[in-house]
Write a protein that binds this ligand. Structure first.
Ligand code: SF4
Length: 431
């Protein structure tokens, strides 16, 4: 990092007390989406849940444009708009909220789980949504369960919405006193990816496997001292902490991105369940070879290309590991909003030497560093993509990585293609 503009204090590996690379920590102005964005993929995952944002018209616009809802569809999210009179304390926001929820449930009897999702405005007026959820849950039990979490963007980044939502569900999970180990895969995965992983776990001989969140609100998996927890996403710090408090054992592994990441992730589960290496090879050799062959198609486009990542999705470190090790991309700076040293330990151990890691953001300084690197591809949020494109830089929206199925062997090629596409498009534009 020396010699680059906007240099802030660097925490060295020895100061941080572990073997991982040094990390530049910044605490300045940030350019990220808020946690409401998570509703877009969570409402598709939990198919009988409804997400009621208690927020402003801005919040409603964000959700509607991110989810791209058709006007005649019956979406499973909405916004209860806080009006100016609520903000001025002239109306009882709790009474209004109760009225909105009663109307919603009367019209939509299919809703089994209702999330009241807090926002910046609801936090500013100190509307206590957890008490509101308890009150409404009591009134509507047993037909509807009401929970709450915050999607506010005041101190968070957009993937923390999923963490907050899942953390709100943990106390609702039944207790397991199973005598034999059970595998719990934690983090929202596209159904197609979940089905693929379930087949591999069956081939491995791991019988008791649950995914959290489940597809239906009534199918919450049980958790207890014999639960082995495998994280499918790197942004679930609070959820994992609560599951550990319920007895679950965390399995350290890289995340299932690319052939290598998927193999090491599955291996962590296999080791925890004493699966033999021959059985592991039997279950994974063929899909791993398929993934390697799918990836080989992108070497020409990606190998040797330099990539810079702004902190946005918290997927940055696993993605960078995949792009460097399996596609030969050169990492310049890899930024992440938060770096969970335990959950990312296996990833950090695989990072190539010389990569500049940064945590948090001071956006102007980071833009200067990005311009100085002049990377071939920059991964960033939507707010930075257009200005950088206007400066002649190729960009990739990080949010797309949350909206696409990218985990597992069969998605490895699609994941590589997401990074190759902006480079190919530019080549075509130049011709
Ligand atoms: S940042 Fe705050 S005000 Fe803006 S959309 Fe998100 S929750 Fe609403």
């Amino acid at each position: 990092m020396d010699g680059l503009p906007g240099h802030s204090p660097v925490l060295t590996a020895s100061e941080s007390g572990c073997d991982s690379p040094p990390v530049l920590r910044e605490r300045g102005q940030r350019e990220v989406f808020c946690g409401l964005t998570g509703i877009v993929w969570l409402h598709r995952k939990i198919q009988d849940a409804f997400f009621l944002v208690v927020g402003s018209r801005t919040c409603a616009h964000l959700i509607q444009s991110a989810a791209g809802v058709m006007i005649f569809a019956e979406p499973r999210f909405a916004t209860a708009i806080i009006e100016e009179k609520d903000l001025a304390g002239l109306a009882d926001a709790n009474e209004e909220l109760d009225r909105v929820v009663a109307r919603l449930i009367a019209r939509r009897p299919d809703i089994k789980l209702l999330f009241l999702v807090g926002s910046c405005p609801s936090e500013v007026i100190k509307l206590d949504l957890s008490r509101a959820a308890q009150r409404l849950s009591r009134e509507m039990a047993p037909a509807v369960r009401v929970l709450s979490y915050s999607g506010s963007g005041i101190e968070t980044t957009f993937t923390q919405g999923e963490d907050a939502c899942l953390a709100a569900l943990v106390p609702e999970m039944p207790h397991s006193d199973s005598a034999s180990p059970e595998l719990l895969v934690v983090g929202a995965l596209a159904d197609v990816v979940e089905d693929q992983f379930r087949r591999v776990f069956t081939d491995l001989g791991i019988e008791k496997v649950s995914f959290f969140p489940p597809r239906r609100a009534g199918e919450l998996p049980a958790v207890g001292p014999n639960t082995k927890m495998l994280l499918a996403q790197p942004f679930l710090a609070d959820t994992a902490r609560l599951l550990e408090a319920r007895g679950a054992e965390y399995l350290s592994a890289p995340f299932p991105l690319g052939a290598e990441g998927t193999t090491m992730w599955l291996r962590a589960a296999a080791d925890a369940f004493d699966i033999s290496s021959s059985r592991f090879a039997q279950a994974t050799d063929a899909p791993r070879a398929r993934a390697a062959s799918a990836l080989s198609r992108f070497h020409d486009q990606l190998t040797g290309k330099r990539i810079f990542m702004f902190p946005d999705s918290q997927l940055e470190i696993p993605l960078a590991r995949f792009l460097a090790r399996e596609l030969g991309m050169q990492l310049t700076e890899i930024g992440t909003p938060y770096l969970h040293r335990t959950h990312l330990a296996a990833e950090l151990a695989l990072m190539p030497e010389g990569v500049a890691l940064s945590e948090g953001q001071d956006v102007d300084r980071q833009l200067d560093r990005c311009r100085a690197y002049r990377p071939d591809l920059t991964v960033c949020g939507l707010g930075l993509a257009n200005p950088l494109e206007a400066e002649g830089m190729a960009t990739k929206w990080s949010i797309e990585l949350l909206f696409s199925p990218i985990q597992g062997y069969d998605q490895a090629g699609d994941l590589a293609e997401l990074f190759a596409r902006p480079l190919v498009r530019r080549t075509k534009l130049r011709v």
